[in-house]
Design a protein around this ligand. Structure first.
Ligand SMILES: Cc1ncc(COP(=O)(O)O)c(C=O)c1O
Length: 367
């Protein structure tokens, strides 16, 4: 076979190991590995999509998104986050993933330092590397929250600081003091904060506070994916200073053109319609968190109770991680999320209570 030539910045990146792990599980495996809601998209949102198809909204839309959706997002920021954006500061993307990609492409020069949480969401490092950035991981403290002092020490000379609260994979929610401090340190060091808030509605102890409240060099990334159980619809957005939006728009225009028209109309219904379904999902996640946490504590695991998202990051140790997977409880090893927590594993409680009870029982059998 002839050799093919590909760019080294891409060749050096691995596909996420998470899928491979799931393929290893047998047919009766209990999958606590998935990072997506197990709920269906609320029906008024689906209906809006069907109506959009009937109305013939099937062509390209404005690159930045349909005005109705950008307005609905502006309104959402006002209502939920106490922030006032103009429509021109919103760019609708194909999920939060595309928004993260656009920001990296538009802001990172080759060799720029990009600070990402470690442990952190699997996409930050590859996306920063594809953009030519040099990634450095910001550690957690012993409570699994961002180590704000370390963050401050690392800030000088960096280009971006990626903040993710509530966090995937730790499930922790940062306090107002930490968010404010990070944004202020970043401003002093001329570092742009990218605040990934896709889990903002799944908080169980303290409120979610948007980083953009504390400074203006913040790019907020969010999505309909988790909030409205819409991962497959691929709707996300970024909100920022219009000058950032205009640069990100260039990358978006040439690689994506626009987010799916039908999904954009569905998202208008999501953001401007009844929010009751979100509260129902939050309360169900809270009950599942309590159930799984109590189950794990009863098995002898000791770790701080997660405060948000739908993940638990559990100090299991290598033997127990391997044993759990062998027994058919699929968890994601900490090594998937960076270098700092190889002995941890992420469990998702976006699974029914019955499934979670069965998982705890099996983990108990593994000893
Ligand atoms: C922290 C975080 N940010 C962004 C995303 C991407 O979300 P989307 O499906 O909207 O691209 C995910 C998905 O798992 C995530 O966990």
């Amino acid at each position: 076979m002839r050799d093919i030539h590909v760019a080294s910045r891409v060749a050096g990146i691995d596909l996420s190991g998470i899928r491979k792990l799931f393929d290893a599980g047998g047919p009766d495996a209990i999958n606590l590995g998935l990072g997506q809601p197990d709920f269906d998209t609320p029906s008024h949102i689906k209906e809006a999509a069907v109506q959009a198809i009937r109305d013939g909204h099937t062509g390209y839309t404005a690159n930045a998104g349909i005005p109705e959706l950008r307005n609905a997002i502006v309104e959402k920021f006002r209502r939920e986050n106490g922030l006032s954006f103009g429509q021109e500061q919103i760019l609708v993307t194909a999920g939060g993933s595309e928004a993260l990609h656009l920001v990296m492409e538009a802001l990172v020069e080759p060799g720029d330092r990009v600070l990402v949480p470690d442990p952190g969401f699997v996409s930050y490092t590859p996306l920063a590397r594809i953009a030519g950035g040099r990634v450095e991981g910001v550690p957690c403290d012993e409570t699994m929250h961002i180590d704000v002092e370390r963050a401050q020490e690392m800030m000088d000379g960096a280009r971006l600081f990626v903040l993710n609260s509530p966090s995937n994979p730790t499930g922790m929610v940062e306090s107002e003091g930490s968010i404010r401090a990070i944004v202020e340190y970043a401003m002093d060091a001329s570092v742009t904060v990218v605040s990934d808030e896709v889990y903002e509605h799944f908080v169980y102890e303290r409120p979610h506070l948007s980083a953009s409240r504390y400074g203006d060099d913040v790019i907020t990334v969010n999505a309909a994916s988790k909030t409205y159980a819409m991962t497959g619809w691929r709707i996300g957005y970024l909100a920022a200073d219009e000058r950032y939006v205009n640069q990100c728009l260039k990358v978006h225009q040439y690689c994506q053109a626009c987010a799916t028209s039908i999904a954009q109309y569905a998202a208008v219904a999501a953001y401007s319609g009844d929010q009751f379904a979100v509260a129902v999902m939050r309360e169900e996640y809270r009950a599942r968190r309590d159930l799984l946490y109590e189950g794990l504590v009863s098995l002898g695991y000791e770790f701080p109770k997660p405060e948000g998202a739908f993940y638990m990051f559990v100090p299991m140790g290598q033997d127990r991680i391997e044993e759990a997977v062998k027994q058919g409880v699929l968890v994601v090893p900490g090594a998937s999320f960076g270098e700092n927590a190889p002995d941890y594993a992420r469990m998702s409680y976006a699974a029914s209570r019955e499934t979670l009870r069965a998982a705890v029982e099996r983990l108990g059998e593994t000893g």
